[in-house]
Each structure stands twice: as C-alpha cells, then as structure tokens.
Design a protein around this ligand. Structure first.
Ligand code: RP5
Length: 164
C-alpha cells in the first residue's frame, strides 16, 4: 500500500495533527510524519515533495497555521494529491490559514479540509488510497456504516427522552 505523508509546519501543530495520525493508525495505513516549513525550510520542503512519489507516498497531508503555504508549496512540486489542514494558531481563529490554504490558483489544486480538520484529512487520504485497494475500501465502508449506526442510536435515545 502507498504511504501517507503527514507533514506539519511546526511541532506546535502536533496536537491537531495527532488526530490524523490516530485515524491512519486505526485503519492500519502506513504513514510518515515530518516537520517541514514552506518558509523556514523551503528547500527541504521542495525536495520532500519532488521525491515523495519515488519514496512510496500516495497522498500528502500538509498542516500549517498563519500564512499557511505548506500545502500549496507541495502542490507546486508534486502531482500527488495534496490535502491541506489549516491550523488555528494564535491569531484570527485560523481564518488566516484557511484562506492561505484554500485559495489556490487554477491548475494547482489543494483539497482543503476544515480549520483543524485533521481527522477528515486522514479519512480523505484513506478514501483516495481505497480507490484501488479493496481491503481498505471494505474497512472504510464498515467505518461509515458504524458511524451511521451511532447517529441512529443517538436519534432513538433523544426521541425516547421526549417520549417519542
Ligand atoms: C506555521 O506557523 C506553523 O504551521 C504553525 O501553525 C505556526 C506557528 O509556528 P510556531 O511559531 O509555533 O513554530 O508555520
């Protein structure tokens, strides 16, 4: 199976990014974690993206806060799919990172999840890998069916509380 690259702009992003690695672990998807910055280590970030396919990666998840250019910088240097996680850092409630990540020019797509949406980033990467992996697709389908059951159970509980 192809690996997922989970890259964050700073180790201060780890508490959020951990939600992505937890999901990947749950699904048994191989991944590697790095700290690389579009601004602080631009050459290393570029080299990582350019060699990612040859290094066995199938998807790159890039988490960054503030002027969050990491996902876009990766997209500019690889044709692997890139998923951006805008991180809510110190200011502006993460809207700075959201706009920096999502507003990519035509021809350079970044699939941007919600602010701090690390679990969804991992789930989306799994959906991508599952396109050509039946075993992973079955795990993912089971996960979705379980999620549906949980909500239906909550619906039953709430209705019972109101005598319905
Ligand atoms: C971004 O700047 C990082 O992704 C992080 O979200 C933010 C702050 O980084 P630190 O100053 O905490 O290292 O590049």
């Amino acid at each position: 199976m192809k690996k997922v690259a989970v890259v964050m702009g700073s180790d201060s992003d780890l508490p959020v990014v951990k939600k992505a690695t937890d999901v990947l672990e749950e699904f048994g998807v191989p991944f590697e974690v790095r700290v690389l910055s579009a601004h602080r280590t631009p050459l290393e970030a570029q080299e990582f993206a350019r060699s990612a396919r040859d290094n066995g990666f199938g998807v790159i998840i890039a988490a960054a806060g503030m002027a969050a250019h990491l996902a876009g910088a990766f997209a500019a240097n690889t044709t692997l799919p890139v998923i951006g996680i805008p991180i809510k850092a110190k200011y502006l409630d993460g809207v700075d990172a959201l706009l920096s990540t999502v507003q990519m020019p035509t021809g350079m797509p970044v699939a941007t999840v919600a602010i701090d949406g690390a679990a969804n980033a991992a789930l989306l990467s799994i959906q991508m890998l599952a396109i050509y992996d039946d075993e992973l697709r079955q795990k993912y389908d089971a996960y979705r069916a379980e999620a549906t059951s949980k909500v239906l159970e909550k619906d039953r509980t709430i209705k019972a509380q109101f005598g319905l």
